[in-house]
Design a protein around this ligand. Structure first.
Ligand SMILES: [Zn+2]
Length: 328
């Protein structure tokens, strides 16, 4: 089934493997060659830019600066586009998504996970837009110039966007960079939603599930799901066990549990607010869907749980395609 996946960390995994492309990567959950067999119509590729000193995450001795990391992942992305140009092509908007689809090619959208390298400067947003970035996940798990991360500390969780963050969200909407609230504080979510409503531009939670089913602070409350849906936005089902299961120690990622989250999103926000955001290559545990070639297991299970062909098409493809059309 044709689908759009709003989040993977495969570019970072290419760095770990010291590979100059993501064409074929041993032991990962996505590579370009396997995307061909997956049914993907589009894959969002994140440049993951943490603020923490964890050189091991990227197979380095010393943690590179964010700009250097971004440069490396950008090069992997570009090299992959070149090496796989017969079946994979970059896309920056809805017209290019459709054009690639008609040409039988998978679209690749370039994104940034963690807006920290924006460094409080609007001109950096323009620079990233000019590089081809079309979605920014405002924070990762640390505070930055946009705002504050999700947190178990109630005070931190309540904090909204910074003044710069509010202005930057409006500028992103103007430029055509999709605003992503996954990882953001609850207060930040509400600030984004307010600006989204004012600008009549949807936003996404690219890789977040339902907090009512799995209490992780990375997930969305029922109220947030309703607001997201109201703004025309979409949440992408994340395959990580800790965001699917009620018991945080349960490290098994089950397809039926993904279906539970899809149905809960539909119940609270309607069928138009659900999409896919696997988080492949950024998650660990045991997986029924262990790589992108097994995505059909999810769509088959949703069908068995009673979803119509029309609902399945929206969740797999149509909802995110609509957001791309409305924002980029
Ligand atoms: Zn993430």
């Amino acid at each position: 089934m044709n689908y759009i996946d709003m989040h993977c960390d495969t570019l970072a995994e290419a760095l770990v493997r010291k590979s100059s492309t993501a064409e074929r990567l041993e032991g990962t959950m996505i590579d370009a060659a396997r995307l061909k067999e997956s049914g993907a119509a589009a894959q969002f590729f994140a440049m993951f830019l943490p603020q923490r000193n964890e050189p091991g995450w990227f197979g380095c001795q010393k943690m590179p600066e964010a700009e250097e990391l971004m440069e490396k992942m950008y090069r992997v992305f570009q090299n992959t586009m070149q090496a796989c140009s017969s079946y994979l092509a970059p896309a920056h908007n809805f017209a290019e998504l459709e054009h690639n689809r008609t040409a039988g090619k998978i679209s690749a959208f370039l994104t940034i996970e963690n807006g920290d390298p924006v460094r409080g400067k609007m001109e950096n947003l323009k620079r990233f837009y000019d590089m081809g970035v079309r979605l920014i996940t405002l924070t990762w798990n640390d505070a930055n110039c946009f705002g504050y991360p999700h947190s178990e500390q109630a005070e931190e969780m309540k904090q909204g966007l910074t003044d710069f963050g509010k202005e930057a969200v409006s500028y992103m909407q103007e430029l055509g960079i999709l605003v992503d609230v996954s990882h953001l504080s609850d207060g930040g979510f509400y600030d984004v939603a307010e600006r989204a409503r004012r600008a009549a531009k949807p936003f996404v939670a690219s890789h977040s599930n339902c907090r009512a089913l799995s209490p992780a602070t990375r997930n969305l409350t029922d109220e947030m799901i309703r607001i997201l849906a109201d703004c025309g936005g979409v949440a992408g089902i994340n395959f990580a066990p800790e965001f699917l299961n009620a018991d945080a120690t349960d490290q098994f990622s089950r397809v039926e549990r993904m279906c539970d989250h899809v149905l809960h999103f539909m119940d609270k926000g309607g069928v138009e607010c659900v999409g896919i955001g696997t988080d492949f290559d950024g998650i660990s545990g045991e997986f029924e869907i262990s790589d992108c070639t097994k995505m059909e297991l999810l769509f088959d299970a949703l069908h068995r749980r009673g979803l119509s062909g029309d609902a399945l098409e929206k969740i797999a493809y149509g909802n995110v395609a609509r957001v791309i059309r409305d924002t980029m």
